[in-house]
Write a protein that binds this ligand. Structure first.
Ligand SMILES: [Zn+2]
Length: 271
């Protein structure tokens, strides 16, 4: 292809034609992405996500893959945008921007169309459009910037973690990672109120609340025991009488007082 001999106006016209061709191809690529996702074909091919498939199988850069997937998702939920893409009136970066913002705003279909029309009227740069679109949806645009210095080894580990999480953006990957961590902790902490004994976490909480001292208070003189040795978790309403294994129904007693309480219950012929 020798362009040197082309007349300038032909060069410009050819470029415009090529761009039209490019957007037509983009629309087709996005339609293919949608079908691959609908069939979950990437799973059969051994990839955990469409994103990983796009990066590893199709050879897109991480950012390019991300943009195309976002664009495809917006098109899927807003078919009104299809013809705009085909005509070359809506480019990839705007489509992915629309997806990111409408997703964050949990926009309805009508709002998606509104956002689409709103962005059509915008002629500024994508970053300015993003600000205006965020305003349009009344989304917080304030973001915190955290700079983290790390050694090469940690950096590589982080890249691997991101790939495993299927996220290209640091913030998205970190969010996923934190959420899974919190979920894990919550699962661990969830103690069945029907359990016979307090689990590790509940025991720790009870000890903390009791300041690691026996909570028995003498009924006559209101003297608290405060013994720090041989501490046990005790049900205020006994388990066999339907008392729950919860922080509300439990307390910390020393071995002696636990025995005393037990004997008192026994003397009342409760069991
Ligand atoms: Zn005691």
């Amino acid at each position: 292809m020798n362009l040197k001999n082309l007349r300038s106006e032909v060069l410009v016209q050819n470029t415009k034609n090529l761009i039209k061709e490019e957007t037509r191809i983009l629309a087709k690529v996005l339609a293919h992405f949608a079908e691959i996702e609908a069939r979950k074909l990437y799973l059969e091919l051994g990839y955990g996500s469409l994103y990983l498939f796009a990066v590893k199988e199709l050879g897109y850069s991480e950012a390019s893959a991300q943009r195309r997937i976002e664009a495809m998702r917006f098109l899927k939920k807003t078919p009104e945008a299809q013809s705009m893409v085909e005509k070359g009136n809506l480019n990839l970066s705007r489509l992915s921007l629309l997806e990111r913002v409408t997703k964050e705003a949990k926009a309805t279909h009508a709002q998606n169309v509104e956002a689409l029309n709103f962005l059509q009227a915008e002629t500024t740069s994508t970053s300015k459009s993003e600000l205006r679109l965020r305003e349009f949806f009344k989304l917080q645009s304030k973001k915190r910037v955290v700079t983290i210095e790390m050694d090469e080894e940690t950096y590589e580990l982080w890249q691997k973690t991101k790939a495993e999480l299927g996220e290209v953006k640091d913030a998205c990957a970190l969010k996923k990672l934190c959420e899974s961590q919190v979920k894990k902790t919550q699962t661990k902490m969830r103690q069945s109120p029907n359990a016979r004994t307090a689990g590790k976490v509940l025991r720790r909480e009870l000890l903390k609340a009791a300041e690691h001292r026996c909570q028995y208070v003498g009924p006559i003189n209101s003297q608290r025991c405060n013994n720090r040795q041989f501490l046990q978790c005790d049900h205020k309403i006994p388990h066999f009488l339907g008392g729950e294994t919860t922080q509300q129904n439990m307390r910390i007693l020393c071995q002696q007082h636990n025995l005393l309480v037990y004997q008192e219950l026994k003397s009342k012929n409760l069991f």
